[in-house]
Design a protein around this ligand. Structure first.
Ligand SMILES: Nc1ncnc2c1ncn2[C@@H]1O[C@H](COP(=O)(O)OP(=O)(O)OP(=O)(O)O)[C@@H](O)[C@H]1O
Length: 246
């Protein structure tokens, strides 16, 4: 579904991404972990199209998207949920979702007055709200939501486009234990035909919820495998001995 092959990114003399390959098939929950500065965000930006790789290529399905801008990749089924708040705080949950739907589908405003288009957008907004556990909050103003619910809505915004691949950048950062549990349940319950690639700092969460893990270190893939393989890996333990892999 999503494939990155030998990605390299240099900033001047600094090689931040060193021949990184990653393959996320349909339905797989794949986590990227690594210490601060390991190159996780850079890799996400390369995959989303916000940065151009210096070498290597990226495929969505059979299509080479290496030179495609983020909106072109979005049309091929790639969606990204951001770590920073991307919401309109004074609008309702429904309005935020409908606006994301309009943006994702590239509707012009001239198309919007059509009743059928409006109905479809509202139906997709309601479906996305349901997916992220906000069905009973559709008419709440975003600024009145808890932090956790706002982060759930961020995921909902990415889902309105009905993506095939979802990129989640630290979906549980800053959350309380209850909010974290809710978010993870939500990610677990996402449709199984959706591939999910996420950056996550909490190792226990990664081990409990990911199908596969890529460990980055100084821009390189230190190892890739199942949670059991990563947990049992001597090289990972050696590298992170005395410190948490985060
Ligand atoms: N635009 C840039 N110009 C120069 N160096 C950069 C740029 N973006 C990132 N870097 C460097 O690349 C390295 C990897 O950064 P990146 O943000 O991808 O790591 P990360 O694993 O996401 O870290 P964190 O967990 O702290 O977010 C860092 O050394 C960073 O300073």
């Amino acid at each position: 579904m999503l494939r990155a092959e030998n990605l390299v990114k240099t900033f001047g003399a600094l090689e931040v991404t060193k021949r990184v390959s990653i393959h996320v098939p349909i339905g797989v929950r794949h986590a990227i972990i690594g210490p601060n500065g390991a190159g996780k965000t850079t890799l996400f930006n390369l995959i989303a199209g916000e940065l151009q790789p210096s070498a290597g290529r990226i495929l969505i399905g059979e299509t080479d998207v290496t030179r495609l801008a983020p909106d072109g990749r979005a049309r091929l089924g790639l969606a990204r949920s951001f770590q920073k708040n991307n919401l309109f705080p004074r609008q309702t949950v429904r309005e935020n979702l409908v606006l994301a739907d309009i943006a994702a589908r590239g509707y012009g405003w001239e198309f919007w007055p059509r009743l059928s288009a409006r109905k479809d957008a509202h139906a997709r907004a309601a479906a996305a709200a349901e997916r992220v556990g906000l069905a009973d909050m559709l008419d709440r103003t975003v600024s009145a939501l808890s932090y956790g619910a706002q982060r759930q809505l961020e995921v909902g915004l990415a889902l309105v486009a009905e993506p095939k691949i979802l990129l989640l950048d630290e979906p549980t950062s800053g959350m309380s234990p209850e909010e974290t549990a809710r978010m993870l349940r939500l990610v677990d319950d996402l449709p199984r035909d959706l591939a999910v690639l996420l950056i996550e700092h909490d190792m226990d969460l990664v081990f409990a919820h990911a199908d596969r893990i890529t460990v980055l270190n100084y821009g390189e893939v230190l190892m890739e495998g199942t949670p059991e393989e990563v947990r049992g890996s001597a090289v990972v333990q050696e590298t992170y001995l005395g410190g948490e892999v985060a």
